[in-house]
Ligand binder design. Sequence first.
Ligand SMILES: [Zn+2]
Length: 189
Amino acid sequence: MSSVLPIRTYGDPVLREPARPVKAITPEIQALVGDMFETMRASQGVGLAAQQVGRTESICVIELPEGYDVEDEQGPRLNPDVPLSLALVNPKIIEASDETCTMEEGCLSFPDIRGNVERPWSVVIEHLGLDGKPRTTRLNGFFARVAQHEMDHLDGELFIDRFSHVKKLAIRSKLKRLQAETQEKLHSA
Ligand SMILES: [Zn+2]
């Protein structure tokens, strides 16, 4: 049985910790992946990285509603060969398109903050499957965006780092408040 884990919010130092590679897909790792999917679903997120549940294994999970993996509303899936639920272990981007796309993003660790981020439209990722075998997965469009957002987390990087200077200034006080709330929670725990 998987459980819903508490989500770490901005101001929690674990969000700035780089992830460590997973050495082997053990039952513990399988259980962590299950808990991460459960936690993401409970918050209606489309992606979650280990740091967001206070862990530092190099793991992120993604789950897209089918209607999100398209270019046009009625169009075909952009990534028909990729399962809509995807766990990436030790992911590494080995190729990124020159073509980029700017879109508004949110993050479960930043309730109430959204902002535009420019990212490559398509990436090729090397990672481990849950069977322990190396995989290469190409992702296009929104799927690629979510994977890149989650992989930033694994580097201890956050989407706010990619905001424009103007946007950073605009959310400064909101961020300070969130950071203070998080730290208060951490100290009273
Ligand atoms: Zn995030």
